[in-house]
Write a protein that binds this ligand. Structure first.
Ligand code: SAM
Length: 270
């Protein structure tokens, strides 16, 4: 089958539908379709959360965790704020955020995979949080109005996008001026070419589609962010890292073209 952006997105959707079903049917674990490495090192998933956070969550939310960091640990969340989690999976970061913003705030989870949305909704109900809203859709076209969100978080999802430029532009659109992002993602060192990234792991496994640090910084600047920081936290492959990406939407965020990000996104994915 020809590798088009649509086919690739469908491959991603099928892989994470299988991960969600593995949790629902008690088959979860590395090899079940998750973003896991098989060398025993905890570079993805629940081990990246504090034991105290895990113990206060439904078991299925913890088991479904497929991230490469803990964005709720870096995003500053205040009472009453609106948070959006891009690619919310089994809902772990939405539930943690909902508790942080309290009953006067709300936490949206956006995901394209029905099986993940069903799992997340069940987990939020079990966790007893009532200020979560799960939306079906793609992160390249966020189904929320402009300037409606205070904080965007995301955990190991932007690398899976077939159009990173669209994601960064959409993040700037839905954030209020001065809004913040706190994102965990896989990020490559700048000298690693897209084909070298692809040699290190599959697109659906969160490796081949990773942006480099420079591509992230240039793309976020072009989308209208400043105070950008990309911090490597742990290795996930040779010269590729779990990273925390933080930035603030500029007050006058002007939308511009993103040639470098577009180039990287297509080179890494198709
Ligand atoms: C690696 S998992 C991470 C899930 C969750 N953030 C976590 O930390 O456990 C990727 C998730 O992103 C979703 N996803 C991937 N690409 C997407 C896209 N373009 N739009 C919306 N959801 C997407 C998948 O369905 C899956 O639930």
């Amino acid at each position: 089958m020809e590798t088009t952006a649509e086919n690739l997105r469908e491959e991603v959707r099928q892989r994470y539908a299988a991960s969600a079903l593995a949790v629902t049917t008690g088959q979860a674990g590395c090899g079940s379709g998750s973003c896991c490495q098989d060398d025993g090192a905890p570079v993805f998933g629940e081990a990246l959360y504090e034991a105290e956070q895990r113990s206060a969550l439904p078991g299925a939310a913890v088991l479904a965790s497929l991230g490469c960091g803990n964005p709720t640990a870096v995003a500053e969340l205040r009472e009453g704020e609106t948070v959006l989690d891009l690619g919310s999976g089994g809902g772990i970061d939405v539930i943690l955020s909902a508790r942080r913003v309290g009953p006067g705030g709300r936490a949206y989870g956006l995901d394209m995979t029905d099986e993940m949305l069903a799992l997340a909704q069940a987990n939020a109900a079990e966790a007893g949080v009532s200020n979560t809203i799960f939306l079906k859709g793609v992160i390249e076209e966020i189904p929320l109005p402009a300037a409606s969100v205070d904080v965007i978080i995301s955990n190991c999802v932007i690398n899976l996008s077939v159009d990173k430029a669209a994601v960064l532009t959409e993040m700037a659109r839905v954030l209020r001026p001065g809004g913040r992002i706190g994102i965990s993602d896989v990020v490559a060192e700048d000298d690693l070419t897209p084909s070298q990234r692809a040699e290190r792991g599959a697109f659906t496994g969160c490796i081949a589609g990773a942006l480099s640090r420079d591509e992230y910084e240039v793309g976020l600047t072009a989308a209208g962010f400043d105070e950008i920081e990309v911090t490597f936290t742990h290795n996930v492959a040779d010269r590729m890292h779990g990273a925390i990406v933080t930035a603030v939407k500029t007050r006058e965020a002007e939308q511009r073209g993103l040639p470098i990000v577009r180039q990287a996104a297509s080179a890494g994915c198709c």
